[in-house]
Design a protein around this ligand. Structure first.
Ligand code: AHR
Length: 502
């Protein structure tokens, strides 16, 4: 019999990280590849509603309970004229999208997307173009979307058939403005200036909005840290969040190292929080800047295929990563890491939602289907609402190529005060042995296990495809509470959701 590894956890209602902002389960739809066209919008599809939206996709987005969706980019937004996407569809221009070398027909724009988001029950995190545009286009878009009426832009919205203002609360001030690939890339000082002036004007139009300033495109950028400090120096009093972006990959096919990459995400979060607090101290400010991790996921499978795509088509199959079982485990560890930092990370967006590095895939004129990463995302979004707890965990550790002291058990817990439920999310990183979890659940007296969901697979490279669901969770885990102690076997290489209630 395989040896099992013992892990211990102490859980108490008093050991808290903080209240979870539901928006950490956000996602992202960019005008990129088949995310919009053939993804959420396909008027000729058998499930399309009268606005042309695929209802099979909408059902899955609702199942994921996605609270917030970033739109319309991404790199796309840095060349986007929002005015192209409003008004009569037949008069909208076809434009070259320079970010993705595609043609944008503008059949879906701001109002259509807001309508779709309302139907799936999500708020929108709207990005403005600070690449080729600036203060004027940004403040006009806020007026178009949020002002009730009686002004040029708000009346134009009404004349387009949208009497009620969209009341968009969260706005991104551009996208990845430090990146050489970005249209209208800027230095930190150039971006800081345009961001603060846009922020001022946007908040003058609607003081209730919240703003996200662009942090670095990833922690690997040579300007990382200095960029954040300079941008916040300019924008500190006008913005509410700074963004973090990072994508994870298993390019060397080194599973123990790949599974440890959530430690890097954790370090990145702590570093950006420290930079925010450094600027806070320097400015003697009372205000805290929170974090918006508004692009995160696994992204690498599609890199080679993307090089072969012909430019300038509409909705080319770009960034169509097919995720395997090990990717689902990594996504699980990343979600746990966001929860562990719930006191500081208030917004996070799984990039992206449909077809483009996405949990949901669609076939043109065919079915929609769930990728492997769909499941940890759904489980945390559905069961991970409430207060993030800070369990005391002791786990054996291992070393990998880039990381030391990687715990075999990656885990956290969420207490939902309203329903008095406790949910433990856990990944067993061991490739050899199950973990025997012993949980001291002290002040959760009379709690019992109502479900132990497990995602496991003998083949780490197993994928789902249309009509082929190899990687799906089961609820046959063995967790139980015996004499006040929680006991569970977490199979080797597995994602676990242990749900307890009184
Ligand atoms: O999500 C895909 C792309 O990744 C986004 O457009 C960009 O912001 C990032 O580089």
């Amino acid at each position: 019999m395989t040896n099992q590894l013992k892990v211990k956890m102490i859980l108490s209602k008093e050991f808290k990280v903080g209240k979870i902002d539901d928006r950490i389960y956000g996602s992202f739809i960019e005008h990129l590849g088949r995310a919009v066209y053939e993804g959420i919008y396909e008027p000729a599809h058998s499930s399309a509603n009268e606005q042309g939206f695929r209802q099979d996709v909408m059902d899955m987005v609702r199942e994921l309970k996605v609270p917030l969706i970033r739109y319309p980019g991404g790199n796309f937004v840095s060349g986007y004229n929002w005015e192209d996407g409003v008004g009569p569809v037949e008069s909208r221009p076809r434009r070259l999208d320079l970010a993705w070398k595609s043609t944008e027909p503008n059949h879906v724009g701001t109002n259509e997307f807001m309508n779709w988001a309302t139907q799936v029950g999500a708020e929108v995190n709207m990005a403005v173009n600070l690449g080729t545009r600036g203060v004027d286009a940004a403040r006009n878009l806020v007026e178009y979307c949020n002002h009730p009426g009686g002004s040029y832009w708000s009346d134009l919205r009404i004349s387009h058939g949208w009497k009620e203002a969209h009341r968009i609360k969260t706005w991104c001030l551009g996208n990845e403005m430090d990146g050489p690939w970005q249209i209208g890339q800027k230095t930190a000082d150039e971006y800081g200036r345009i961001a603060v002036e846009s922020a001022k004007a946007m908040k003058l139009v609607d003081p209730s909005i919240e703003l996200v300033a662009c942090g670095s495109s990833s922690s690997a950028m040579t300007t990382f840290a200095e960029w954040e400090a300079t941008v916040l120096d300019h924008t500190y009093e006008q913005v509410d969040y700074i963004s973090l972006h990072n994508y994870y990959a298993n390019r060397d096919n080194d599973l123990s190292n790949y599974l440890a990459q959530s430690l890097d995400m954790n370090h990145f979060i702590k570093s950006v929080a420290s930079i925010c607090d450094y600027v806070k101290a320097k400015k003697r400010s009372k205000k805290t800047i929170y974090l918006s991790f508004d692009e995160w996921n696994v992204w690498f499978h599609s890199n080679e295929a993307d090089k072969k795509i012909e430019p300038w088509s509409v909705a080319p199959p770009l960034l169509e990563d097919i995720y395997n079982f090990e990717d689902a485990l990594v996504v699980g560890t990343l979600l746990i890491t966001l929860l562990k930092n719930a006191d500081r990370v208030k917004i996070a967006c799984l990039a992206q939602l449909v077809n483009v590095i996405a949990p949901i895939m669609t076939d043109k004129e065919g079915d929609a289907w769930r990728q492997t990463i769909y499941y940890p995302y759904m489980h945390t979004s559905v069961y991970g609402r409430g207060t993030a707890l800070n369990p005391i965990i002791s786990s054996p550790v291992y070393d990998s190529k880039d990381f030391t002291d990687v715990p075999y058990l990656e885990s956290t817990a969420v207490y939902d005060e309203t329903n008095e439920t406790l949910t433990i999310f856990a990944v067993n990183r061991s490739q050899e042995a199950p973990l025997l979890l012993e949980g001291d659940i002290r002040d959760f007296t009379n709690y019992r296990v109502i479900e132990h969901i497990v995602l496991e697979n003998d083949d780490v490279k197993a994928t789902n495809q249309i009509n082929r669901t190899n990687v799906v969770p089961h609820n046959g885990g063995d967790a139980e509470v015996r004499d006040g102690t929680l006991l569970a076997h977490l199979p080797k290489l597995s994602w676990n959701v242990i749900r307890l209630a009184k």
